[in-house]
Design a protein around this ligand. Structure first.
Ligand code: HEC
Length: 172
């Protein structure tokens, strides 16, 4: 029984039809046509950060189920990141980049490798995680060779713990 049904509250709008989706969004009402941040930010805050734990796991194998679960989450983030990269954000080059079929292909590959990393980490299969990590490097480098400017459009740089510093983060 719904609240409206239970209380008969037609007067406060219970028998209004559901809100109409905005024009042009009927087929996918929840998909935004623009990310709220630039692709430079998405790269630094999401893609780069989710790659790090996957590469670290290959070098310093997870020691507990909790550490493995955190690799699984990073891999899921990578899977999602690939989908997000297909949508332009607020950066000056974003629309041009995402408009290119080659870009879309690299972004889809990121999702595929993310999916592969999820399966590997779910299976607690270190060799498969390492393989996914290697495949990941190929995708990053491939897209960077094709698209990445020498200086990021917003001068936002990423930081990696690995391979510069392979110490795993402290877990509590
Ligand atoms: C679909 C293409 C694409 C893929 C895939 C991609 N990148 Fe990028 N990346 C770019 C572009 C383009 C920029 C520059 C963005 C800008 O300047 O607005 C960038 C910028 C960055 C930056 C910020 C600039 C810097 O030098 O610090 C980092 C960090 C980064 N990428 C890491 C990665 C990592 C790690 C991966 C793989 C896990 C990856 N990227 C995958 C296209 C891609």
């Amino acid at each position: 029984l719904t609240l409206c049904g239970a209380l008969g509250l037609a007067a406060i709008g219970c028998n209004k039809p559901p809100a109409q989706p905005a024009e042009g969004s009927a087929s996918s009402p929840s998909v935004s046509s623009q990310l709220p941040v630039s692709l430079n930010v998405a790269m630094v805050a999401l893609v780069n950060e989710s790659a790090d734990p996957i590469w670290i796991a290959a070098a310093k194998p997870p020691q507990s189920d909790k550490e493995w679960r955190s690799v699984v989450r990073a891999a899921y983030q990578m899977e999602v990141a690939g989908a997000l990269l297909q949508i332009p954000g607020t950066g000056p080059m974003d629309a041009e980049w995402t408009g290119r079929p080659e870009w879309q292909q690299f972004a889809r590959e990121l999702t595929n490798v993310g999916k592969q990393a999820v399966a590997a980490a779910e299976a607690r299969d270190l060799q498969a995680v390492t393989k996914a990590g290697d495949a990941l490097v190929e995708v990053c480098e491939g897209c960077h060779k094709a698209f990445k400017p020498d200086i990021p459009t917003q001068k936002i740089y990423g930081e990696l713990r690995y391979p510069l510093d392979a110490e795993p983060a402290k877990t509590d």
